[in-house]
Design a protein around this ligand. Structure first.
Ligand SMILES: Nc1ncnc2c1ncn2[C@@H]1O[C@H](COP(=O)(O)OP(=O)(O)O)[C@@H](O)[C@H]1O
Ligand SMILES: [Mg+2]
Length: 268
């Protein structure tokens, strides 16, 4: 049986003024799988996943969730769709004025009929246990480390048992060990809850570890789409440079200009 597509992008194009960030991208994301999106900074990874929860509207093309077109829904209808998608954005920090308990309970109070405090406590405890943060209920975010805050944010993202989780650079800013804890949690969440995950990262190590499928974006298009081996064995120079963390001639040209500028300054 063919795997069911839960999210589908059809000819997705996004322009900001004259700049085409996404150029006619068509992708199907399979249910229960972890898809990783990689690519150089500024290539449109965040813009792409923002279209999946319709925080941005396409300039062209369509977005589907469970075969329902969602990019043209109004905010009220989108609210319902978004309860089925958890997201963990770089900027999506915790509410500093709320405790860990209140942070994780927030979407539950907002979007469900569950009002009984004991029920809410129990639900929050379950989610915090999953991310190894049970016991921190009464802490304020300021008292937590960066890695702990990400874990609480993950607990909040899964509070409503979403079908899909979108992660934008979940390991950025963490040291390798804490980053790996987040990778393990992404894997665990997928296995424990059967969640469909879409993860944006520029860390190849994370990508290969957690991705069933890895997609590389470049110049508004999908450059490679496959598993870790497809990426590693790709002979495309852009892919090899990305993997090895090398700069391109084009990047160097940019640097040349700044060296010239420095020389001129020296003579003054
Ligand atoms: N709201 C916006 N208005 C104008 N340009 C934007 C906006 N959001 C993103 N961009 C541009 O789109 C490109 C892709 O951005 P982004 O998706 O954030 O890149 P990344 O791959 O690093 O996540 C960048 O050139 C960025 O400047
Ligand atoms: Mg980004």
């Amino acid at each position: 049986m063919q795997n069911e597509g839960i999210i589908e992008l059809k000819g997705l194009t996004k322009r900001f003024g004259e700049i085409v960030v996404l150029n006619d991208i068509s992708l199907t994301f399979e249910k229960g799988k972890t898809t990783v999106i990689i690519g150089p900074s500024g290539c449109g990874k965040t813009v792409l996943i923002k279209h999946i929860i319709v925080l941005l509207r396409p300039s062209g093309g369509e977005v589907y969730f469970h075969n329902q077109r969602i990019d043209n829904l109004d905010e009220k209808e989108l609210g319902k769709v978004r309860t089925q998608m958890g997201f963990l954005f770089q900027s999506g920090a915790l509410f500093d004025s709320m405790t860990v308990l209140e942070n994780v309970a927030f979407p539950v109070r907002q979007h469900t009929q569950i009002k009984d405090p004991d029920k809410i406590d129990e639900l929050v405890k379950m989610k915090l246990t999953l991310v190894g943060m049970d016991g921190f209920q009464n802490y304020y975010p300021a008292r937590l480390s960066g890695g702990q805050r990400k874990r609480v944010a993950l607990a909040r993202a899964i509070a409503l048992n979403p079908e899909v989780i979108l992660y934008d650079e979940p390991t950025t800013g963490l040291d390798p060990i804490r980053a790996d804890i987040i990778n393990e949690l992404i894997l665990k969440t997928q296995k424990a809850l059967g969640i469909t995950s879409i993860v944006v990262t520029h860390d190849m190590g994370s990508a290969c570890k957690i991705g069933d499928r890895i997609i590389m974006l470049h110049n508004g298009k999908v450059l490679v789409d496959g598993n870790a081996d497809t990426i590693k064995n790709s002979t495309l120079p852009e892919v090899q440079r990305f993997i090895k963390g090398e700069v391109s001639e084009k990047d160097l040209e940019g640097l040349q200009v700044s060296f010239e500028d420095i020389k001129i300054d020296d003579k003054k």
